[in-house]
Design a protein. Structure first.
Length: 359
């Protein structure tokens, strides 16, 4: 059985740290916590779990703090978590099994990061990350805001998931890091343009986001998956700005990079036609979104909502407008499977049952 060092960076996480550590304390063999300036009870809570607590002056860069935390690992592998992460019970079982069976020749194990959840427990955003790293390889974090690990060697994928359960969102924090880089006249990579576009979009700066996404798309360098979602996210910005022609063009452009459609683009295209009351065209794209096979080894962002309850719910609406009430009811029920107490879905159910009975 391999041994695991948990490495974390924290600051003012008194509300979340205990919840996180309770989910892994019996799995890891060592807990290393690097504090970057807490003024609440974070350190008091941390001391209940470990005496391996260290201090690091915040430099304005997450990579510096993360790399500092990795310095204290003494076990075979490093597992890193943020304070607002948890390992749910089913994933705890999988992680224990992985620990028991992992071959020491493996350099990195990728896991799912369930970065978003709805109130019904459905994952709304997930992607793969290098999560368990061989300590002796001394992998380093890179990037000032959206950090990434420069990993190479023997890499395996697993179905273990780490779930993000944030209590609040630090609006504008990461955006300010990018703006500081611009002020310092730093050169942006294609990856920088993509993530800067995301920050701009999330903070409502849609015109600037479009510009940043376009720079990513037009740059020959960069990860192809970022370009797929740069097209999709740019389309969202055009929709917020009420520019439907540019929106649909950007969605179709995503196919140039993805080669085959993605549910995220298909559902959006479906909604574009649905708004125009072109219901047969909308049905085609929503059905395509549902029928596409999921690739469990894909590393890019995946938004399961666009392949599950959302297209089913919209198909219900489309079929209702096409006066095909049986099909509308069928898809509403499929949406209800994912969101059993959703008021809109329950309203549809009652309405359609009356329609079908009266017909």
């Amino acid at each position: 059985m391999v041994s695991i060092s948990l490495c974390m960076i924290v600051k003012n996480e008194e509300k979340l740290l205990g919840r996180c550590l309770d989910t892994v304390k019996d799995i890891v063999d060592e807990i290393n916590i690097v504090d970057t300036g807490s003024t609440d009870r974070t350190l008091e809570i941390a001391k209940k779990y470990t005496d391996r607590i260290y201090f690091f002056e915040w430099t304005g860069s997450f990579k510096d703090a993360r790399n500092e935390s990795f310095k204290y690992a003494t076990k075979d592998y490093i597992l890193y978590l943020d304070a607002d992460d948890v390992v749910l019970e089913e994933d705890r079982k999988k992680l224990k099994k992985l620990k028991e069976e992992l071959d020491l020749s493996v350099d990195s194990v990728s896991m799912y990061y369930n970065a978003g959840m709805d109130t019904y427990g459905n994952v709304t955003l997930k992607y793969r990350t290098h999560r368990l790293l061989k300590t002796e390889r001394q992998y380093r974090w890179e990037g000032d805001a959206h950090n990434y690990l420069n990993v190479h060697g023997k890499i395996i994928t697993s179905d273990v998931g780490v779930t993000h359960k944030k209590e609040h969102h630090a609006v504008g924090r990461t955006l300010s890091i990018y703006k500081k880089r611009i002020e310092n006249k730093e050169t942006f990579t294609a990856r920088d343009h993509f993530y800067y576009g995301n920050e701009l979009r999330e903070n409502g700066h849609y015109e600037q986001a479009i510009e940043s996404y376009t720079k990513n798309i037009e740059t020959e360098q960069g990860w192809i998956e970022d370009k797929v979602y740069a097209c999709i996210n740019r389309a969202d910005c055009y929709r917020y700005l009420d520019k439907p022609d540019k929106e649909i063009a950007s969605l179709y452009e995503s196919f140039r990079f993805s080669k085959t459609p993605r549910p995220e683009s298909c559902s959006r295209i479906g909604y574009h036609y649905q708004k125009k009351r072109e219901y047969n065209q909308a049905v085609y794209w929503y059905k395509t979104a549902i029928e596409l096979e999921d690739d469990p080894n894909r590393w890019s962002f995946t938004y399961p909502v666009y392949a599950t309850w959302y297209p089913h719910l919209q198909l219900c609406v489309c079929y209702y407008n096409l006066q095909q009430f049986d099909k509308a009811y069928e898809h509403n029920e499929k949406a209800r499977y994912y969101r059993p107490d959703d008021e809109k879905i329950l309203f549809n159910k009652e309405l359609l049952e009356k329609k079908i009975t009266n017909n």
